[in-house]
Design a protein around this ligand. Structure first.
Ligand code: MRU
Length: 363
């Protein structure tokens, strides 16, 4: 995607292939800064501290983390230690495990001397595939937006939660890829952007990238969506996901489940966009089985923003002695999901349709 007219990905190898660089998403939207990752620890920290975030980008960064590590030590023990360390960076997005296991499966059978080069190529391949997958999600999802436009013949109002745009992937995004696809095709649309407390991925990242692309949008407090749906101001909801079970239960940023309930109560279609690597074929019952990240209370008790003097500062919202809990994700049961938008097409969120998708993948 373009930033001030210049094409960018969220992660890229340096010109001399000695490291990778990322956009530091903790500094957006007020500061555009890049960071150089030179070794596995840099990659692990970038994931854990959310300088990169979003399930697909977490998977790609982990793959590059393995590749950077193989440059320093490529023994079996080093490969094992690297994978185990990176797997602990964050618990919920299954793409982390998917990326690491794909690298491990390729590298383990190789002689040590061949691992560094093979790892670098594979990480680049995973990044390129992510871009192609998201473009395909954009095409399939764009058709859903077009169908609503064809029916109502006026601006299509889309609500989204968190950031599942190009900043959460290598490029194009998942939930926002259909928005970019339809917008670029000239379909009039407008996006309601949930601020997405406590880290405000909507207010800071989604609003920023939609603005860069010229897409009309309005930032709303997280509790606003239900009211807008009751008043017919939302035609569809599109969100991303960090893990989908084999029966279609969807795990995404905290607050997504409440949006799904409101959408269900108001007859608003609720779509989930995902690349198939985000499917956890081992799990079924998402509420019981998906590990939900809990992060520091300070993310709830404090908030950062731009001050009049141009400095970004953090302030405390809560009284000193008040406890805070910070659950990062929740699970929307398959029964509340209208359909899944994948690179292979639009799929019903149920075990049978998922089984067919799995067979297509294996074919
Ligand atoms: O905590 P984050 O910012 O990594 O959470 C991101 C989300 O919940 C996204 O919606 C999800 O990862 C899909 S990204 C294409």
């Amino acid at each position: 995607m373009k930033i001030n007219g210049t094409p960018f990905r969220t992660i890229w190898p340096t010109a001399d292939n000695s490291a990778v660089e990322i956009i530091d998403q903790t500094k957006l939207p007020h500061v555009f800064a890049t960071l150089r990752l030179e070794n596995m620890r840099d990659a692990e920290r970038a994931i854990r501290d959310m300088q990169v975030r979003g399930a697909p980008l977490i998977g790609v960064t982990a793959a590059y983390g393995v590749a950077l590590s193989m440059r320093h030590h490529a023994s079996d023990a080093a490969l094992k230690a690297t994978c185990n360390k990176l797997l602990l960076a964050r618990p919920t997005a299954v793409n982390l495990r998917w990326g690491i296991e794909r690298m491990r499966a390729l590298l383990a059978p190789l002689p040590e001397g061949e691992r560094a080069a093979a790892a670098w190529q594979e990480a680049a391949r995973i990044a390129d595939q992510d871009v192609a997958i998201n473009a395909s999600i954009g095409r399939h999802g764009g058709e859903l937006i077009r169908a609503i436009y064809e029916k109502k013949k006026s601006t299509v109002n889309i609500l989204t939660h968190c950031n599942a745009g190009w900043l959460a992937t290598v490029d194009w995004g998942t939930a926002l890829a259909p928005v970019y696809n339809a917008f670029d095709a000239g379909i009039p649309l407008h996006v309601w952007v949930d601020e997405t407390r406590p880290r405000n991925q909507g207010a800071s990242l989604t609003a920023w990238e939609l603005g860069q692309h010229g897409v009309p949008h309005t930032v709303i407090a997280d509790n606003t969506g239900g009211h807008l749906m009751q008043h017919g101001m939302v035609d569809m909801v599109i969100v991303g996901t960090d893990r989908v079970t084999s029966r279609g239960d969807v795990c995404n940023k905290i607050g997504t489940y409440l949006k799904a309930l409101a959408a269900h109560d108001n007859g608003v279609p609720f779509y989930v966009a995902l690349p198939t690597p985000t499917i956890d074929w081992v799990l079924q019952d998402g509420v019981k089985e998906i590990p939900i990240e809990q992060r520091a209370a300070e993310e709830v008790t404090h908030i950062s923003g731009l001050c009049d003097d141009g400095q970004v500062r953090t302030v405390q919202l809560t009284p000193n002695n008040s406890r805070a809990a910070n659950y990062g994700f929740d699970v929307t049961p398959a029964r509340l999901v209208t359909a899944l938008i994948t690179e292979r097409g639009v799929v019903a969120a149920n075990a049978e349709a998922m089984r067919v998708l799995k067979e297509q993948e294996a074919a």
